[in-house]
Design a protein around this ligand. Structure first.
Ligand code: IPM
Ligand code: MG
Length: 372
């Protein structure tokens, strides 16, 4: 029996292309693993009204972790229109399978390293080395939303907060409410993870990125918790920055920042910004990590128009594989892959179009494999 069981979830669009690239690396490096294919993505939404079928959830429960490609996520109306006729008009609501996976498996930490590999022509500045710790299960992603707003909910809110009265004149069918729900535990876990990382890798600062001057309760909880947790890490400075200012500072002085920690929605936004500093989504890897399970995925979308063309940069996927090796305590394999990626980027002989090259996703993966 293989040492690891890994769920293989290509998803749709270019998810398939980059997973094939991942396969080239895994074959070369010889991880002792069995890969088990799982159905997930747009195809299963269209035909089963469920992009994450129960059989896939069961499969994940019997594996050590999962590698995930990409999936198409569309807003409510577009999703409804894509259903096969038998499923239309039955009240099925599309919800992103990756968000569901994060919540069902309590993958509470989303790790997003953004490092400028030397020689990458897309680097905004050399030397950038930022890692984003994004809370991954709560916040505006909690999925507690109302439209139209039921009168009962409106009245209850009004009873507890007079500011709601401002919307008295607006009918329920003209108000949408999405709750931002953050727990003390959620804040504590993500902040602790960020500090533990800073301690382990000798990073001097952790920056908590929120907006407590306006969003007093939820952002406030995060910042207050950060101050508490920081007390346990005397050598590491806690910096507090508002999300809007952070976006400016990251463009102005990206080298000043090291470990960022933030809530789910702000983390989604700021991690795209950080990714762009080091080569864009073609270099943006992520790990969704919980106490018992983890899913590794590039953060780019499914780019349906490029599907099957092997055009997109597989580096984000390969860097996600590297994170998976770290998670499995296969440090030698993680280091070997990182060295090979570093070399291929630096030499610049084999590159996808985003980096100014003409090579395919698979050729890049083969070149990385050759250097392992
Ligand atoms: C990400 C993506 C997802 C998110 C989408 C695909 C649901 O943007 O992983 O950053 O919003 O978290
Ligand atoms: Mg995102």
């Amino acid at each position: 029996m293989a040492k690891y069981k890994i769920a293989w979830l290509p998803g749709d669009g270019v998810g398939n292309d980059v997973m094939e690239a991942a396969g080239i690396i895994l074959d070369k490096i010889g991880l002792d693993a069995e890969y088990i294919h799982g159905d997930i993505g747009w195809e299963f939404w269209k035909t089963e009204a469920n992009p994450l079928p129960d059989r896939t959830v069961d499969l994940l429960k019997n594996t050590d972790c999962a590698l995930f490609g990409a999936i198409t996520s569309l807003p409510k109306e577009e999703a409804e229109n894509a259903l096969i006729p038998e499923l239309k008009g039955k009240g099925h609501i599309y919800s992103s399978p990756i968000v569901r996976l994060r919540q069902e498996f309590n993958l509470r930490t989303n790790l997003r390293p953004c490092k400028a590999y030397p020689g990458n022509p897309l680097n905004y500045k050399d030397g950038i080395d930022i890692i984003v710790f994004r809370e991954n299960t709560e916040d505006l992603y909690s999925g507690v939303e109302f439209f139209p707003l039921p009168d009962e909910v409106r009245e209850t809110i009004k009873k507890h907060n007079k500011k709601m009265a401002r919307f008295d004149g607006t009918p329920g069918n003209q108000i949408a409410v999405s709750l931002r729900i953050n727990t003390k535990n959620g804040c504590k876990n993500i902040i602790t993870d960020a500090f533990e990382y800073a301690k382990k890798f000798n990073r001097k600062s952790v920056t908590v990125v929120e907006k407590p001057n306006v969003i007093r309760e939820t952002s406030g909880l995060m910042v207050r918790t950060a101050r508490e947790v920081a007390k346990n890490y005397p050598g590491i400075e806690l910096w507090e920055t508002n999300i809007d200012a952070m976006c400016m500072w990251l463009i102005k002085n990206p080298l000043d920042y090291s470990v960022l920690v933030t809530s789910n929605m702000f983390g989604d936004i700021v991690s795209d910004l950080c990714a762009q500093l080091v080569g864009g989504l073609g270099f943006a890897a992520s790990g969704n990590i919980g106490d018992n399970y983890a899913v590794f995925e590039p953060t780019h979308g499914s780019a349906p128009k490029y599907a099957g063309q092997y055009k997109v940069n597989p580096m984000a996927m390969l860097l996600s594989v590297k994170m998976m090796f770290d998670y499995l305590n296969e440090a030698d394999k993680a280091a070997a892959l990182d060295r090979a990626i570093t070399k291929v980027v630096k030499e610049g002989k084999v590159r996808t179009y985003d980096m100014g090259g003409k090579n395919t996703s698979l050729e890049v993966a083969q070149e990385v494999a050759r250097n392992i």
